[in-house]
Design a protein around this ligand. Structure first.
Ligand code: S3P
Length: 182
């Protein structure tokens, strides 16, 4: 098994839930990059965005990810925007296995459109953006991020029709097949 297994995908794709279940199946550690960022910064993600903006958040996110790659083993659930550039994607793939949890944007929208804990979904006044605006913005963000997600070694669809446990089991099978083919 690779020492590190990274789960990437858009907000609300189920990275953390599936990642935790996968780690349990494999009997290895699980880390959620968002939680690690909050631990490092000593404040919540919404507060990081408030105090340092998205640019400040991305800097802490990158530093935390590089630190996790250096010091950890196990399954790591990334944030939806963690794959910031090609160099970072290459570095991740050099150090572990990258999995893309692919979820249709319509399912994502249903899951996250009322979630006030995700700063990208809020307007300048801190209120949830309208559904129409969110839809347009998320589609465009998804398109920009897809070329990075698509470089994953393994791709798995989570369309909301199956349980997280089921998806984690499918993922485990795919990982075993992938590893044994090398
Ligand atoms: C973000 C996704 C969030 C979190 C932050 C920014 C993004 O993580 O890192 O709010 O840019 O898509 P999840 O993908 O776990 O929601």
């Amino acid at each position: 098994m690779p020492q590190l297994i990274f789960l990437c995908g858009f907000m609300g794709s189920g990275k953390s839930t599936i990642g935790q279940l996968l780690a349990t199946e494999l009997g290895i550690d699980f880390q959620d990059l968002d939680l690690k960022i909050e631990e490092n910064a000593g404040k919540s993600i919404p507060d990081i965005f408030k105090d340092s903006g998205e640019t400040g958040f991305r800097r802490i996110e990158r530093e935390t990810l590089l630190q996790v790659i250096r010091n950890s083993e196990g399954v790591v659930a990334l944030g939806g925007g963690s794959l910031q550039d090609q160099q970072l994607v290459d570095h991740i793939k050099l150090n572990g296995l990258l999995v893309f949890i692919e979820t249709p944007i319509s399912v994502i929208l249903e899951r996250i459109c009322k979630d006030e804990s995700r700063p990208l979904l809020l307007d300048k006044e801190g209120k949830l953006k309208s559904r129409e605006k969110l839809k347009d913005e998320l589609i465009s963000l998804y398109k920009n991020r897809l070329p990075f997600y698509e470089q994953a070694d393994i791709r798995l669809v989570n369309d909301g029709q199956q349980t997280a446990q089921n998806i984690a089991e499918q993922l485990l099978k795919k990982i075993k097949t992938h590893v044994s083919s090398y």
